[in-house]
Design a protein around this ligand. Structure first.
Ligand code: ADE
Ligand code: ZN
Length: 339
């Protein structure tokens, strides 16, 4: 085992970019389909995995929304979330901030409450039984209208205590952050912190819009920010975090190979880049695997690994004292690895 691999395995980590629906493994998809009497268009788990060969974001989203169709009951959402938290435990993820897409479910007749209660109950158990702290981010689907987003916000209104932040995801090209300016202003007025996917497939202008018009505190992905020098300068100065998802970017053809990923450049320019898995059941790796793959293919040093992991704690929504404590733990562990 290399020093880098040993360090990655030893460090406590956070995850800040994870769609809970994207953690639906094919095995569970079959189990839930059986439980709910749903016929899948695949004969086997292997056939599902073979279908996961994507050309771009949209070709993935088509399968991702179809796959989510097996999630019906509160117990389904609980089981999905619990399975993800067990993976967190195995990866030494001590804190996670996950997205859920209510519109993916309410649009097919599942009650908002069913989705929220299942996920929330699992997160509570994760906190109590696995000692994994968490936050829950309600994400709006940007291919739908802002008006649809407002309707979803109305559904969420009785449960705002249980929602820690707001996100924006789905098909990026043609759906700029500016489309959701009024909705995000309303969420801001409600005191909800905001993040948005931007600069995954979309241009740097979308990252600017997310910052200036939606007043986000993190950018999800943001890898195309490197194309705009002024934006890079601004991100370095403000340390506005990017939740980068290396395996996702390769699977969705943002980069040809992991070895071509710009994660190291983002770090070198002083950006608060973090490592995350996005939709691990579809992209072939949970967060630790993303770190390990990057360490191998980008030849990350132990210092770079430590920086990425600490960036995660810097970027997360834990209280400042707790964040500082975890960063101190990381330093103590890493000391043995730094010559
Ligand atoms: N929904 C789930 N994964 C996503 C991604 N990578 N980009 C945009 N929307 C998503
Ligand atoms: Zn995402």
């Amino acid at each position: 085992m290399t020093q880098q691999e040993a360090l990655i395995r030893a460090l406590p980590k956070v995850e800040l970019h994870l769609h809970i629906e994207g953690s639906l493994e094919p095995e569970m998809m079959f189990e839930l389909a059986r439980r709910n009497g749903i016929k899948l268009p695949y004969d086997s788990v292997e056939a599902v995995r073979e279908a996961y060969d994507f050309d771009n974001l949209q070709s993935f989203l088509d399968l991702y929304y179809a796959g989510a169709g097996v999630l019906i009951t509160e117990q389904d959402f609980y089981d999905l979330t619990w399975a993800y938290l067990k993976r967190c435990e195995a990866d030494k993820v001590v804190h996670t901030e996950i997205f859920f897409d209510p519109q993916t479910h309410t649009d097919r007749g599942i009650a908002f409450e069913t989705v929220l209660n299942g996920i929330r109950r699992a997160l509570k158990d994760g906190n109590e039984k696995l000692r994994i702290s968490s936050r829950l981010i309600m994400s709006f689907l940007r291919h739908l209208s802002e008006e649809e987003g407002f309707k979803t916000l109305e559904m969420a209104r009785p449960y705002l205590e249980e929602i820690d932040g707001i996100g924006l995801d789905s098909s990026e090209l043609g759906h700029p952050p500016s489309k959701f300016e009024r909705l995000f202003a309303e969420c801001k007025a409600l005191g909800l912190p905001r993040v948005a996917h931007a600069g995954e497939e979309g241009p740097p202008e979308y990252v600017w819009e997310a910052i200036k018009l939606l007043d986000v505190c993190r950018i999800d992905h943001g890898v195309r920010a490197l194309e705009d020098e002024k934006l890079v300068e601004s991100l370095a100065e403000t340390r506005l975090p990017l939740t980068v998802c290396p395996y996702s970017n390769v699977k969705l053809k943002v980069f040809d190979r992991l070895a071509d990923h710009n994660l190291r450049d983002l770090l070198a320019k002083g950006l608060c880049a973090t490592v995350n898995s996005d939709d691990p059941a579809y992209f072939g790796g949970y967060v630790q695997e993303n770190y390990l793959g990057c360490a191998r293919e980008l030849k990350l040093s132990v210092e770079e690994i430590l920086q990425l992991v600490k960036n995660g704690f810097e970027a997360c929504w834990l209280e400042e004292g707790e964040r500082g404590w975890w960063m101190g733990e990381c330093d103590i562990i890493a000391e043995k690895f730094i010559a």
